[in-house]
Design a protein. Structure first.
Length: 270
């Protein structure tokens, strides 16, 4: 009986070990597929081809438009093509010279694109996405955009490099393209933070600010961002200027976050 019992125990151990190995292998396959997916998203814009007559027709339409101010850039036209594939794609975000170069999505909640890509396929790295509460007409005060901090440097991991002022000096602007405009945002602050408890008082919950109810609320956000910033960028923002906040996870504390705040600047020349 003891020998049989020992055989059963060994068999169970083997089964558990094999199950764990299969589970680990499955996880690794998923993980590397997700990393490949993240890299694929950065190349997405380059894969969109535009017919010459599409560009020509768009430019003629712009010239005839009553409220026309600038011609559409090539990136704006490519974005329109991508929106035919998924209307949740609302823009394209790039910080030149970094790995941040992705489509931006906006869903009906802030959960779906945490683990789905621009094709709405399940992926561990998720997407770069705009907060669901941001309104386009009239525009809310702050484009609050989220992305995962992936260890291999994809998605929003490069935001943590803004801990160093020298990195900011090399990458002071963010390019954000929608179907209606292609503009640079000028970074005004970069700081570590965390998700605070409801009971915490006198803290800066940057992630709660999307639309200012009034000038005081807008100015308070800008002042708090500047105060929290790791260094002085020499830039600020005044009431009425469009803001953008990029947010990702950080691990300096429990529920840590890192944020970069910017204001709308110059238009990208077509």
């Amino acid at each position: 009986m003891k020998r049989n019992s020992k055989k059963v125990t060994i068999a169970i151990i083997y089964i558990v070990a094999i199950t764990l190995m299969i589970g680990s292998l499955f996880y690794l396959i998923q993980y590397y597929n997700a990393l490949h997916n993240a890299k694929k998203q950065t190349d997405l814009l380059n894969e969109v081809s535009l017919e010459e007559n599409t560009i020509e027709a768009e430019n003629i339409a712009n010239e005839n438009a009553e409220n026309f101010t600038e011609q559409n850039t090539e990136r704006m036209l490519k974005l329109e093509e991508l929106q035919n594939e998924n209307s949740d794609i609302i823009g394209w975000l790039e910080i030149e010279g970094t790995n941040i170069n992705y489509p931006v999505l906006q869903g009906s909640d802030n959960d779906f694109y945490m683990d789905h890509d621009y094709q709405k396929k399940k992926t561990m790295v998720g997407s770069i996405f705009l907060d669901k509460d941001y309104e386009w007409e009239p525009a809310s005060s702050n484009l609050l955009i989220y992305g995962h901090n992936i260890k291999n440097g994809t998605m929003f991991q490069n935001l943590l490099n803004y801990r160093e002022k020298s990195y900011y000096e090399e990458h002071p602007t963010i390019r954000f393209t929608t179907a209606k405009e292609d503009v640079y945002y000028e970074i005004i602050a970069a700081f570590p933070s965390k998700v605070y408890n409801k009971s915490d008082v006198n803290v800066f919950r940057y992630y709660s600010f999307i639309n200012a109810k009034n000038e005081n609320e807008y100015n308070e956000f800008v002042e708090n961002a500047k105060k929290a910033s790791l260094y002085d960028t020499g830039r600020t923002s005044v009431y009425g200027e469009q803001l953008m906040t990029l947010s990702t996870c950080a691990y300096h504390v429990t529920d840590g976050r890192f944020a970069v705040v910017a204001k709308k600047g110059s238009v990208v020349e077509p």
